[in-house]
Design a protein around this ligand. Sequence first.
Ligand SMILES: *[C@@H]1O[C@H](CO)[C@@H](O)[C@H](O)[C@H]1NC(C)=O
Ligand SMILES: *[C@@H]1O[C@H](CO)[C@@H](O)[C@H](O)[C@H]1NC(C)=O
Ligand SMILES: *[C@@H]1O[C@H](CO)[C@@H](O)[C@H](O)[C@H]1NC(C)=O
Ligand SMILES: *[C@@H]1O[C@H](CO)[C@@H](O)[C@H](O)[C@H]1NC(C)=O
Ligand SMILES: *[C@@H]1O[C@H](CO)[C@@H](O)[C@H](O)[C@H]1NC(C)=O
Ligand SMILES: *[C@@H]1O[C@H](CO)[C@@H](O)[C@H](O)[C@H]1NC(C)=O
Length: 234
Amino acid sequence: MKMKAGCSQLNPVLSVFIFNLCFYASCQLTGLQVCKLCSGTSLNATAAVGKFCFVSAGTIDGRCCLRNDNTTDREHIIGLDLSNCSLTHVEDLQDASTALMIDLSHNPIVNISDTTFEGFIEMNYMILPEDIVCPGGNTSWDKVEVKDGTRFCEGQKNICNQTGQLSINCPENSLCAPYGPGLFECSCADNYHGYKCLRKGEFPALQVFGPLGASTVVIAFLLWVTQRRKAKSL
Ligand SMILES: *[C@@H]1O[C@H](CO)[C@@H](O)[C@H](O)[C@H]1NC(C)=O
Ligand SMILES: *[C@@H]1O[C@H](CO)[C@@H](O)[C@H](O)[C@H]1NC(C)=O
Ligand SMILES: *[C@@H]1O[C@H](CO)[C@@H](O)[C@H](O)[C@H]1NC(C)=O
Ligand SMILES: *[C@@H]1O[C@H](CO)[C@@H](O)[C@H](O)[C@H]1NC(C)=O
Ligand SMILES: *[C@@H]1O[C@H](CO)[C@@H](O)[C@H](O)[C@H]1NC(C)=O
Ligand SMILES: *[C@@H]1O[C@H](CO)[C@@H](O)[C@H](O)[C@H]1NC(C)=O
C-alpha cells in the first residue's frame, strides 16, 4: 500500500506495470508466508515431504511444496515441512489448508489447538513430535504409529461415514461433510434453510414478498368495498 503513492506520480502505463509488480509481489508474500515460517534451510529432498514433492511433480519454495491448480492455474501448497524449526507453538497454518502432507517433527511444540487444522480436508499424512497427539485423536486416522521419537498419522478418516454415533449430530434435512481431522460441518439439504434446516421452500421470494403481497391484496379489497358502498349510495 505504501508503494501506491509512489506509483501514481508516474505515467499511466508505467504505473500499471508497477502496480502489477507490487500486486504480484504482495500476493506472493501474503500467500506463502507459511513457507517462510522456518528461517532455516529449504525443504530437504531426503525428508518425507521432499520425496513426496518429487513424485508429485511439485515445485519447492522455502519449506513448501507447491503445485498448480488445474482449474484456476493458481499455485497451492500440497506439502509443508516445518520439521526442525524450533517451533514451540503452531498457530496460523491456514495458507496450507490444501496440503496433503505436513511435517512438524523435531520441534519443541507444547500444544496444538483443535482448531488449527479446520478445513484441512486433504491432509492424509502428518508427522509430529512423539508427545503431540494426532489432531482429532487416534480415531480420526486410519493408522497411528510412534517410531524414534516421532508420531505418524496416516489416512484421515471421513468422520461423516462412520457407522453409528457422530453423523447423528447433523440435524435432519442436513448433510454432513468432512472439515479436517475429527471435524465435520453440516449443511442444509436442497430446499431447506434457516435454523437447524427446519424451513422448506424457496427462500427469498416467499419470505420477502409474501407479507407485502398479502397487504396489497387487503388494501385493494378495502378500496373495492369502500368504492362499491359509495357507488351504491349514489
Ligand atoms: C535432511 O534430512 C535428513 C533426514 O531427515 C537429515 O539426516 C539431514 O541432516 C537433513 N539435511 C539438512 C541439511 O538439514
Ligand atoms: C489435471 O490435468 C492433468 C493433465 O492435464 C490430468 O491428467 C488430471 O487428471 C487433471 N486433474 C484434475 C484434478 O482435474
Ligand atoms: C536440525 O538442524 C540442524 C542444523 O540446523 C542439523 O544439524 C540437524 O541435523 C537437524 N536435525 C534433524 C533431525 O534433521
Ligand atoms: C494447551 O491448550 C489448551 C487449550 O488451548 C490449554 O487449556 C492448555 O493449558 C494448554 N497446555 C499447555 C501445556 O500449554
Ligand atoms: C494412539 O495410538 C498410539 C500409537 O498406536 C498409542 O500409543 C496411543 O496409546 C493411542 N492413544 C489412545 C488415546 O488410544
Ligand atoms: C463410506 O464407507 C463405505 C465403506 O466403509 C464406502 O464403501 C463408501 O464409499 C464410503 N462413502 C463415502 C462417501 O466416503
